[in-house]
Design a protein. Structure first.
Length: 895
């Protein structure tokens, strides 16, 4: 099985290593579009290397190196984050040019499978003599010395665990010899071994092995081991880390690995010349992989100066500016202590927050971020508030050795973020304090998703708009890794470094309303912020269903920049215990903000469970210029303005989001049209859209309103036709069972549709309640309608009728179905019908209609309606005649 599978992988992934000692080492090449080319060496990590080694059926990956070539080559690029999410290599290929190629070494005889990283897993061995594949090793045939050899061969540290079934169990073949390594061999297959002829092994005995990581980070040239230039020993080579792309989020991981405290700063420094360094793939770390797995060789002239705190850390918080406080001193034997609530006050908190580089403290409380058993710091801090480090503060011996449960200090500092120059603290240009400096935040084409992170950090409600403002000249700004932000980290965690830039992010958050816990920015549980003057006295309250109606919802949706409300209901997005708003809103519907509406004191302090208002606003999008709302030019309302959308990079998948949102079925095509003059458009980040976010959330902030790249986007959705209308003439009675026609008399079923597209045809689909059989009749649409005449109603005509309109437009077939019409056939008493009613009716009607016919003939003979009315009561042979004229494929005998 395994071999078959591997063979399939091999054939489906056309990669090879060339120029090495075996087929498991050399320069990586890939065949794509029929052409073998080297693979671009940019930002490959051991994770992707492991995939290649597996695909080649080689052993574990031991190293990757970059080879610089003198001229630019045509290469295949492989997007590493695509590979990392489990896609096949060939799905991740792009065409590229590079001066870097990749050198791989995979082992050919040893591998670890199913482990947590490259240094752990279930051991498998293969010999180059036999034609066999990989075999597991039985615990009884493998000891500590053997493990040492394997760990060394893999380039890992000493073995730390060795046990049967540690990384899963297998049925696979077992290695048939007992290894007898001395411990100093460089490869497992170089060891002596004794023939055992073992072919089975008890369950739970396949060797699983964990080697320690021999490598690691260190900081050199600083005052303590927690500050300095960052170096990494990796694959046996100790090199500086490339300072590009670092964020504090990654730094925090490294600080923890170094047993230092919180991450304080990362500074990128430049050297005069380029050299070989270790680069970091930041996307890889932000998506949760270990830093070590995200390292790749890189040529760079930048290195990183990292400062971690030596003496304190915040643990288990929601970001870098919050957590449970722990301190240590150089006297305390490098042990960390928690701090008792009683020994720590607001001034002390100010010092810690400042030392961290965060904003002012906002919360300070025992057990805020969990509880611990850890030893407790034995001194009472007595900071003045202006000290630059906690351990510089005066302190008095508190002789405390224990602290009541629930009293270990948890601390929240505000994020050092502000909006300046707007009408309120919730609008304006974004600034961040980092490394002690307030600077604007740059950033290229952010979306509302990024803005939402900032609004949340500022406790400001929902994100309403984001724009780039152009400054008159270049300024130093903080650069932000927006993937980091979108992975859920805070602004400060995602700062990269400062750069010169002319565009500044300008954003607006709704100040006093927000929707929480929804699936999109335009939905969620409604909360309103009390409008106290002091921002620190504000809090958010839910709203009770009874105090909020449709008009109020319209105001909220407008205030948030969303479309009209589409759902409004208690507990739609979860329930809360939270405080409730104590007034009933009485909006007229035209106010621009909810808190501008009139309200009456409802003096409500409670609300029945399940009654907290949840609200869904529609997305502010429309298709215009087509004949229906389901086809046309896509327009989006953003920042109060409707604009078309640029077609660049759109796929049908993106268009499907639009059709679904408009309740128009699925997407059938996208077209682009050109405008004769430049008009303002919006650009959409399609990667954002494909991650499941709403269109509005994925509009990119841009300064250049008039930039049209590919043309204006037009979308056609499947449900572009309106619903046809079905009706019946010749009805004697309309009851609960539907329309009733009289047996023996003719009746006509009409199908019509609101004029949208010329041509097309109608199908009348009839399901007989007698036989349950389905019949269908077809007629071309004339003036957007068609009539189906049945000349003598029979009980077999009883059943359900539906009109289906079909038309070929935009090179595609579309159809739309009417509602169902139920027809029953009544059977009047034979006597009444035959002896009295029928002759009499016939006589009277014949006379009347003769006159009528005579009078209107000439003016009206083009109108089928009248022709049929004449024929109706006479009931003579009309169906056949009309059938020919109108194309009804029906005779009374047929059904
Ligand atoms: C098989 O492996 C041994 C060392 O394990 C090596 O010396 C020998 O050259 C290899 N043979 C082939 C055909 O690769
Ligand atoms: C991999 O390991 C997990 C537990 O870590 C185990 O559940 C799983 O069965 C293992 N897979 C294989 C193929 O052994
Ligand atoms: C220990 O810490 C004190 C200040 O807390 C400092 O003055 C001293 O230099 C430190 N000693 C060492 C060896 O780092
Ligand atoms: C971390 O915090 C969570 C709650 O936020 C708590 O459940 C967990 O126990 C904490 N972990 C530690 C180690 O305190
Ligand atoms: C703290 O520093 C500020 C400005 O540097 C100063 O105005 C204030 O008086 C200082 N407070 C204390 C308690 O030293
Ligand atoms: C920032 O954005 C708001 C909202 O769109 C706008 O009213 C304001 O003029 C912008 N500020 C600048 C400086 O462009
Ligand atoms: C958020 O919504 C989910 C269901 O969508 C619900 O289970 C959860 O309780 C909600 N959270 C809150 C805080 O209401
Ligand atoms: C006709 O439609 C009604 C519902 O409108 C349904 O109950 C009935 O079964 C249908 N009859 C046939 C023959 O499909
Ligand atoms: C109508 O009948 C034609 C052929 O008799 C068939 O191909 C078609 O699918 C039918 N249409 C419907 C809607 O049943």
């Amino acid at each position: 099985m395994d071999h078959v599978l591997l063979l399939l992988l091999w054939t489906s992934e056309p990669v090879r290593l060339v120029g090495g000692d075996s087929y498991c080492a050399g320069t990586l090449e890939m065949k794509h579009k029929g052409e073998w080319r080297p693979v671009d060496g940019f930002r490959w990590t051991m994770k992707e290397a492991a995939v290649v080694c597996r695909v080649l059926d080689c052993g574990s990956a031991v190293s990757i190196g970059q080879k610089r070539i003198s001229s630019i080559l045509s290469v295949w690029g492989i997007r590493s984050n695509c590979v990392r999410t489990g896609s096949a290599l060939r799905e991740c290929v792009t065409s590229s040019h590079s001066t870097l190629t990749l050198n791989f070494v995979c082992l050919d005889s040893v591998r670890l499978l199913n482990g947590t990283g490259p240094c752990s897993g279930r051991l498998e061995v293969r010999s180059n003599q036999s034609n066999q594949g990989w075999s597991s090793v039985c615990e009884a045939d493998f000891d500590q010395q053997d493990a040492e050899v394997v760990c060394r061969e893999l380039g890992c540290g000493a073995p730390s665990a060795l046990q049967g079934a540690l990384y899963g169990e297998v049925e696979a073949p077992f290695w048939s010899e007992e290894f007898m390594c001395g411990g100093h061999e460089s490869a497992l297959l170089d060891c002596r071994s004794s023939d055992l002829a073992r072919t089975t092994c008890s369950p739970g005995k396949a060797v699983g092995l964990t080697c320690s990581e021999s490598e690691g980070f260190r900081l050199v040239g600083g005052d303590t081991h927690c500050a300095g230039r960052l170096e990494l020993k990796h694959e046996g080579d100790c090199r500086s880390m490339d300072g590009s792309y670092w964020t504090l989020k990654i730094a925090a991981v490294v600080c923890t690995e170094l047993d230092c405290g919180s991450a304080i700063s990362t500074v990128q420094r430049e050297e005069s010349s380029e050299r070989l360094t270790w680069g970091i793939n930041s996307n890889c770390v932000h998506s949760g992989s270990a830093v070590r797995d995200c390292v790749s060789p890189s040529y760079s002239s930048f290195y990183l100066d990292l400062t971690c705190s030596d003496s304190f850390r915040l643990l288990n918080g929601t970001g870098l500016c919050s957590g449970r406080l722990e301190v240590r001193s150089n006297q305390s034997n490098q042990r960390w202590f928690s701090v008792c609530e009683a020994d720590f006050d607001q001034q002390d908190a100010e010092v810690v927050c400042r030392e961290l580089g965060c904003g002012a403290p906002t919360a300070l409380q025992g057990a805020l971020y969990g509880e611990v058993e850890a030893p407790v710091w034995s001194r009472d801090f007595q900071c003045g508030g202006n000290e630059s480090a906690l351990l510089d503060c005066r302190s008095s011996d508190s002789a405390r050795t224990t602290c009541s449960p629930g009293k270990a200090v948890g601390l929240t500092c505000s994020e050092p973020v502000r909006l300046v120059g707007g009408d309120s603290r919730c609008a304006g240009k974004l600034e961040l304090k980092h490394e002690g400096e307030w600077r604007p935040v740059g950033g290229f084409r952010w979306t509302l998703k990024e803005a939402a992170v900032i609004c949340r950090e500022l406790d400001c409600g929902s994100a309403v708009s984001i724009q780039e403002c152009e400054e008159s000249s270049e300024r130093l700004v903080w650069g932000i890794d927006s993937d980091c932000l979108l992975s859920g980290f805070g602004l400060r965690e995602c700062v990269t470094f400062h750069e010169l830039y002319t565009f500044i992010q300008n954003l607006t958050c709704s100040d006093s309303v927000r929707l929480l816990n929804g699936t999109k920015l335009c939905s969620g549980r409604l909360e309103v912020k009390s409008n106290q003057f002091n921002h620190f006295n504000q809090w958010w309250s839910s709203v009770c269903e009874a105090d909020f109606d449709q008009q109020d919802a319209e105001v909220v949706c407008r205030e948030l920049g969303c479309g009209a409300p589409s759902a409004l209901q208690g507990a739609l997005y979860g329930e809360v215990e939270a405080p409730l708003w104590s007034k009933e809103f009485q909006c007229g519907g035209n106010e621009s903000a909810l808190l501008d509406c009139r309200s009456s004191g409802s003096a409500r302090t409670t609300c029945s469970p399940g009654k907290a208002v949840g609200l869904t606003c529609s997305e502010p999008i429309r298709l215009v210029g087509g004949d229906t709302r389901c086809a046309g030019r896509l327009e989006l309302k953003h920042e109060g303005e409707w604009r078309p959308v640029d077609e660049f990079d759109w796929t049908l998948k993106d268009a499907a989001v639009v059709c679904r949102e408009l309740d128009c079925g699925s997407a059938v095509s996208i077209l682009q049209t050109q405008e004769s003059s430049e008009i303002p458009v919006f650009w959409i980040n399609s990667q954002c859209l494909q991650s499941g976010f709403a269109l509005r959330e994925c509009v990119m902030s841009s300064t250049n309103d008039y930039e049209i790249f590919s043309g204006i986007l037009n979308i056609i959705c499947t449900d572009l036709l309106l619903q046809p209308v079905i009706s019946v003439d010749g009805v004697s009675h309309v009851g609960q069972q539907g329309s009733q026609v009289v047996k023996g008399f003719s009746f006509t079923i009409s199908c019509s549709i609101h004029p949208q597209y010329p041509g097309g045809f109608f199908q009348l689909i009839f399901t007989s309640s007698f036989s349950n059989a389905e019949h269908n009749y077809t007629q071309p649409a004339v003036n957007h309608s068609a009539r189906f005449l049945f000349h003598a109603a029979e009980p077999t005509h009883q059943g359900n009728y539906t009109c289906v309109y079909q038309v070929y437009v935009f090179s595609l077939n579309f159809s739309s179905e009417s509602q169902r019409l139920s027809v029953s056939v009544s059977d009047p008493t034979v006597f009444f019908l035959k002896v009295v009613a029928l002759p009499l009716t016939l006589l009277l009607l014949s006379a009347a209609l003769y006159m009528y016919y005579k009078a209107t003939r000439g003016q009206m003979f083009n109108r089928q309606e009248d022709t049929e009315l004449v024929n109706y009561p006479l009931g003579v042979g009309a169906a056949e005649e009309e059938g020919d004229v109108l194309g009804v494929h029906l005779t009374s005998g047929e059904i």
